[in-house]
Ligand binder design. Sequence first.
Ligand code: FPP
Length: 241
Amino acid sequence: MKTASEVVLSSSDSSNNPVHIGIIMDGNGRWAKRRGQTRTQGHKRGLEVAKAIVKKASELHIPYVTLYAFSTENWKRTTEEVGFLMNLIKTHLKAELAFYAENKIRVQHIGNLRNLPPDIQEEITAVVSDTAHFTNTTVVLAINYGGKDEIVRAIKKIPLQSLTSLDENTLSLYMDISDLPPVDLLIRTGGDQRISNFLLWQSAYAEIYFDPDLWPDWTETHLLKAINSYNSRERRFGSIK
Ligand code: FPP
């Protein structure tokens, strides 16, 4: 694999960099299993990697990064794993305000907030409010998030009399974050090639990058390679050249 600096050299023109990168951080469990560790140790390592990737994205001034931290389907995991992930997220949000402040990162949340445990809701609300004034990268934490769930909740917010004249622009105003730009680059690590209910509405024309490496093995070089791949693609949005 190329070193980080070699990869940077080939992406010296950053004007085409993606505005919004979405990441499905997959492979924590397998990473841990390969080391004879528990799945929870994989998630712990996954969080450290998430911080390093977010830091790199903020150095590159990528405006938006959305991380799939906990899906609406992840409740099906064991009570132990769900409890661990909730606690990991809560502890991170409580302890890492300085990390976000140092890097001038604004945190936003996407997902069904009200169905989360009250203490997690409180931490999410606090970090979103405490970082609202930062103007470098916005990190969107997808927690208890499902793309179908978001669309259904959006539709339920629309006044009945507006439904017959509903169009795409109006519906996007009712999404969890109404001004969230579309996903330009959707990354999934860990070798599987599926979207798993992530940012369905926002990824309509996303460029997809599947990486075989497991999330806990990801480094900033992986991110640069994904961005380079994105920068080499021609986006036509259904049009012709
Ligand atoms: C998928 O790997 C990963 C998750 C469901 C959890 C991801 C969460 C983190 C990395 C913590 C990040 C938290 C914040 C606040 C950024 P998997 O468990 O499905 O792995 P496997 O496919 O190998 O089993």
